[in-house]
Write a protein that binds this ligand. Structure first.
Ligand SMILES: [Zn+2]
Length: 105
């Protein structure tokens, strides 16, 4: 098996894993049990959750993830707060800076 994805956190890993499995890949998640020990362990890619697939599916899976990330960005476009002009990631529905909801004036 080969590592095809290193996630920012276990939730992120789970989302990508679900999508890959939905796309017909056999996926293994590793490293998520070390997540709770972060803070005690040095921060390295070994303590981040990672996703693994069989060697012969690696190229396919990488293409799948690239498409997926494009789609996820389409679903959650970055927006600009009307209150303070802050640029907000699309997965937030209100401004983290001034708490104004998206589209609010
Ligand atoms: Zn704001």
């Amino acid at each position: 098996m080969q590592k095809i994805y290193i996630a920012a956190d276990p939730q992120d890993a789970q989302i990508i894993k679900d999508q890959l499995e939905g796309g017909g890949f056999d996926v293994q998640m590793r490293g998520q049990t070390l997540w709770g020990a972060r803070g005690e362990l040095p921060l390295t890619i070994d303590t981040a959750p990672s996703l693994w697939v069989a060697d012969d599916r690696v190229d396919e899976a990488l293409t799948f993830i690239r498409e997926l990330e494009k789609n996820l960005k389409k679903v959650f476009p970055v927006w600009e707060c009307q209150g303070c002009g802050e640029t907000i990631e699309g997965n937030f529905s209100c401004c983290w800076n001034c708490l104004k909801p998206q589209g609010g004036s």
